[in-house]
Design a protein around this ligand. Structure first.
Ligand SMILES: [Zn+2]
Length: 371
């Protein structure tokens, strides 16, 4: 399977990227993507796209129409049966006994844009548009081996100063963009569910347009048509990699007993500068307003919180025992800086993620640019 994906990814970085899909409403209560799809399917935007980027064939579609149409709190709801954006593993797409609304829709999308199991998916590139209640700003999420997507986001960093990028985990991911040859998830926040934000919407639209321009330039350079003023150059961008997910403090019955600490709540994430070091406050307890401090990613942490560490060394999930709370931090470990992401994201309550700890990397990429 990994060979299948790697040949697919390298083909996009060295060959034309023509069939592009913009998907919104993969989660039915995230309005920005739904509005963007409607706009791209209307005039004059549709004609303008064809005129401005002639090497592309762009289609825009709603990921989860049933969830968009469902009555929830406000407009739409996240999903009907299960999270659509976890339905795209090859083994699940092949399992026709999965009879959820989202399982069926995943197979439809796979037939339309994939198939993921093929070396030649019909769609070359997917933008999957999401919004988040966390203060991520504009956050681009990409597979660490998807060369073309990495080049694209590196270019977008040169055009947009205040954006963030992060890597998905290695191996196969269950996410919607993975059914195409290549693709990224665009998260935009903070936005409450079932609401939209005009300035963030405009920033997303501008970013999407620059991304289309990059793909068109990539094609033009390959075809050597209109390429006289195009060249490649290397750029270095910051990018973040997941280290661990931190769950909420809970009692032995599983009830949440502490909230994200005020010093983290709403903080500008990743390049925005919010960090967590050993000894920093991370939770505030409900019953006495006491503070829980970050103790580092070790066995002791794992025994205090439900910590899921990325990679094969996963510490697993354990229940926190409140009787072990210490009032004053006494830390001896060397300080390590983590960057919390998706802090108090509303939709991650059900996944028991209070925030995700990321580490900062630098990435060098060769991008197509104007001379
Ligand atoms: Zn979403």
């Amino acid at each position: 399977m990994s060979e299948l994906f790697s040949s697919r990814w390298s083909k996009n970085s060295t060959g034309p990227v023509v069939n592009v899909a913009v998907v919104g409403g993969t989660h039915g209560n995230e309005l920005h993507g739904i509005y963007m799809v409607r706009e791209l399917n209307s005039e004059p935007a549709a004609s303008q796209l064809r005129a401005d980027f002639p090497s592309l064939r762009v289609q825009a579609l709603i990921g989860n129409p049933a969830a968009v149409a469902a009555v929830g709190t406000g407009a739409g709801r996240r999903y009907v049966d299960v999270d659509l954006n976890r339905c795209f593993l090859v083994k699940d797409l092949a399992d026709t006994t999965i009879d959820t609304v989202e399982g069926r829709r995943a197979r439809e999308l796979d037939a339309l844009l994939g198939p993921k199991s093929s070396a030649e998916p019909q769609c070359d590139f997917i933008f999957d548009l999401h919004s988040t209640t966390s203060n991520t700003g504009i956050l681009l999420c990409v597979h660490p081996n998807d060369e073309f997507s990495l080049q694209l986001i590196a270019y977008l960093h040169t055009k947009h100063a205040n954006i963030n990028s992060c890597l998905w985990s290695q191996g196969e991911v269950p996410l919607l963009p993975s059914i195409a040859r290549s693709g990224i998830t665009v998260e935009v926040g903070p936005i409450s569910h079932s609401t939209a934000n005009a300035s963030l919407y405009e920033r997303t639209k501008s970013l999407l347009r620059d991304a289309m321009e990059y793909i068109d330039n990539h094609n033009n350079l390959l075809f050597q048509s209109n390429a006289l003023n195009l060249t490649r150059k290397e750029v270095i961008i910051p990018i973040y990699e997941r280290v661990a997910s931190i769950g909420y403090p809970r009692d032995v019955d599983g009830n949440i007993t502490g909230l994200v600490h005020p010093t983290l709540q709403g903080g500008a994430e990743l390049n925005g500068g919010t960090i967590v070091k050993v000894g920093d406050p991370i939770f505030q307890m409900l019953h006495d307003s006491s503070t829980i401090y970050f103790r580092g990613l070790n066995e002791e942490t794992a025994s205090n919180f439900k910590v899921e560490v990325a990679g094969p060394q996963s510490a697993g999930k354990r229940k926190r025992d409140e009787s072990n709370v210490e009032e004053e931090p006494q830390w001896s470990e060397s300080v390590t800086v983590f960057y919390p992401m998706f802090i108090n994201e509303a939709a991650y309550n059900e996944k028991d993620i209070a925030f995700v700890l990321m580490r900062k990397l630098e990435m060098k990429q060769s991008i197509v640019t104007r001379v």
